[in-house]
Design a protein. Structure first.
Length: 308
């Protein structure tokens, strides 16, 4: 073997070894997670799904999804680690690749950012473009997107017909020439509901807002109305009684679920089993009641315990 061929062969072997071990190190399904001993939970502070507060010198993580993931970690015999994210980077932290919804199309980034967490749990709505990027668990919370306005707005709540598509059309007719606050890359993205076709004045925040800042924004006269999902609306109605009103739906019924990488099927299956056990023994409903007591009035069938 010539020296040149020997060097080439050594370089090729070195490259393959680096590729092999880097692939092994980034693969994190249930077996690898158990070997490391830590479940890494990516979460966006939002509504009562993820709450952060200071206690002494520590930041304490609370909320429905935090407790759900802490219980899941315990179920697997693992330590729990929380990784704070924003709506713009949560999927990047999970998959290592950026993904965004622009002009009604999924845009995927090519740069490898590195994987930092194992699961996204923060009341993430199942959307078609997100389902191309991640795999969702069985759904665990009902939702929809509604139009919410300031109480003094001349927008009048629609009279529900019982046919969701007719109600959506009625709301869309109302918002022509009205200001509507929305947010890209979330379930409040106006492109998801063809809101630009309504001739409403769609307002997008100059800086990234948190979803729980949408109502304060309209109360601050940044817009007349805003898109808001069900969980945030329930909290807002309690927090600002008499200051806001629900005009009606802009989306069909939606569902929320936990997001997993597509190469983590065993972890996803383990969570589904854990969640089904919680639902069956009533523990899940008790957890929901702690954070969203009024949701049972709006979606009684969803939370009905099915005994087998």
């Amino acid at each position: 073997m010539t020296l040149t061929k020997h060097k080439y062969l050594c370089s090729l072997i070195a490259f393959l070894l680096i590729y092999f071990y880097s692939s092994v190190s980034t693969a994190r399904d249930l077996e690898q997670i158990k070997a490391e001993g830590v479940l890494r939970h990516i979460g966006v502070p939002y509504a009562n799904f993820i709450t952060l507060y200071i206690e002494g010198d520590e930041t304490v993580v609370g909320g429905l999804d935090a407790e759900l993931m802490q219980g899941f970690a315990q179920y697997l015999g693992l330590e729990y680690e929380f990784i704070e994210a924003s709506w713009s980077n949560a999927f990047t932290l999970l998959t290592g690749k950026s993904a965004s919804y622009i002009n009604n199309q999924l845009q995927r980034g090519q740069i490898d950012h590195g994987i930092e967490g194992d699961v996204i749990a923060n009341g993430a709505t199942i959307l078609p473009w997100r389902s191309e990027v991640v795999d969702f668990s069985i759904d665990y919370f009902p939702s929809a997107v509604w139009l919410v306005a300031k109480a003094e707005s001349d927008l009048i709540p629609i009279t529900p017909t019982g046919i969701i598509q007719q109600d959506i059309l009625a709301v869309k007719k109302l918002i022509k020439n009205h200001d509507v606050l929305a947010m890209k890359q979330t379930c409040l993205d106006p492109d998801l509901y063809n809101l630009y076709d309504t001739e409403a004045n769609i307002i997008l925040p100059i800086t990234e807002l948190k979803l729980n800042e949408m109502v304060p924004a309209i109360l601050n006269n940044d817009a007349e109305s805003t898109l808001l999902d069900v969980p945030d609306t329930l909290i807002a109605l309690q927090k600002w009684p008499g200051e806001i009103k629900v005009i009606g739906p802009v989306s069909d019924d939606q569902r929320m679920a936990v997001a997993f990488r597509k190469d983590s099927p065993q972890l996803r299956d383990a969570f589904n089993q854990y969640l089904q056990e919680m639902k069956k023994n009533g523990e899940y409903n008790q957890l929901v009641k702690k954070y969203y007591p009024s949701v049972f009035n709006f979606y009684p069938d969803f939370f009905k315990i099915k005994h087998q």
